[in-house]
Design a binder for this molecule. Structure first.
Ligand code: NDP
Length: 252
């Protein structure tokens, strides 16, 4: 592990929490988007909710990465750029591109704020300080190359899939349609598949325990939600494509 007892205990607790959260989320659907209801308490407009939830990932990661004493070599700047590109998009661009997104319950905003704060700290502190730094030669390591390719492929899949969903609605429309094209041919939630590939790629390219735990968390959040979306589509649209799976083509 990192050698910092506080950090190591927090990372272990964080991993255990992800392993507990996964079965819970299989039973209880996170109440936002299509599963939001007024009974879940006060809510924020979707865009404000997403901004507040995701910004801690930009700020906490940025702070702990930059403040950390590890020498900032070229591979480190690649990690920094990829993380920040993802989260600047998710917090500052994506929220304003959504169409008719349902309001975001404050309870979800608070939980996701904490989630992103912890992930931002764990990943920023590991890469910026506790890793001791990555030599410039890490750029030639096959783990770096394969991980970076996975990250970029995942990001492309995620962005394309979210764009397909956006195009299903007119600007202020709120209804749902069956998405088609791209990886929707095979799965109901290619946006989640892309996100999962991205963070597995990040874990591989950094070969970092913090990023590996974050990939586990991403699966814990998104696999149950993809299964719920898939069931929801099948119940709501009788002619929903039978061969389509939830998140992994031909399998799940
Ligand atoms: P959803 O697929 O549930 O919704 C995305 C957007 O598309 C929402 O605005 C939604 O509207 C709209 N939408 C969804 N399906 C349809 C449809 N069939 N017809 C019309 N509009 C539709 O994704 P999430 O909101 O859960 O996630 C958004 C992004 O955040 C994704 O890219 C995901 O990967 C990422 N994310 C990452 C997590 C992580 O742990 N790393 C956790 C959660 C999300 P509405 O809100 O009205 O349903």
């Amino acid at each position: 592990m990192s050698g910092d007892p506080f950090y190591d205990r927090l990372l272990l607790a964080w991993l255990i929490l992800a392993l507990v959260a996964a079965p819970v989320l299989l039973k209880i659907r996170a109440p936002y988007g299509r599963y939001a209801s007024a009974a879940r308490g006060p809510a924020l407009p979707a865009a404000a909710g997403w901004l507040l939830m995701e910004l801690p990932a930009v700020l906490a990661f940025g702070y702990f990465f930059l403040a950390g004493a590890a020498p900032k070599t070229a591979p480190m700047w690649v990690f920094f750029a990829l993380w920040q590109a993802h989260y600047v998009h998710r917090s500052l661009i994506y929220p304003w591109c959504q169409r008719g997104g349902a309001s975001m319950p404050l309870a979800i905003v608070a939980a996701a704020f904490g989630f992103n704060l912890v992930n931002g700290y764990l990943n920023g502190a590991y890469l910026g300080a506790l890793s001791g730094g990555y030599p410039a030669g890490w750029l030639a390591d096959p783990r770096f190359a394969a991980g970076a390719l996975l990250f970029l492929a995942g990001a492309g899949i995620n962005l394309h899939a979210d764009a397909v969903l956006r195009a299903l609605r007119a600007p202020r429309e709120r209804g749902y349609r069956v998405p088609e094209g791209g990886l929707y041919r095979w799965v109901s939630c290619p946006n989640y598949l892309g996100e999962l590939i991205e963070w597995c790629g990040f874990a591989l390219m950094t070969f970092s325990p913090a990023a590996a735990v974050f990939a586990v968390w991403t699966a814990a959040n998104l696999v149950p939600r993809a299964l719920a979306h898939h069931r929801w589509y099948r119940e709501r649209f009788p002619d929903y494509p039978r061969a389509r799976r939830a998140i992994v083509p031909f399998l799940l």
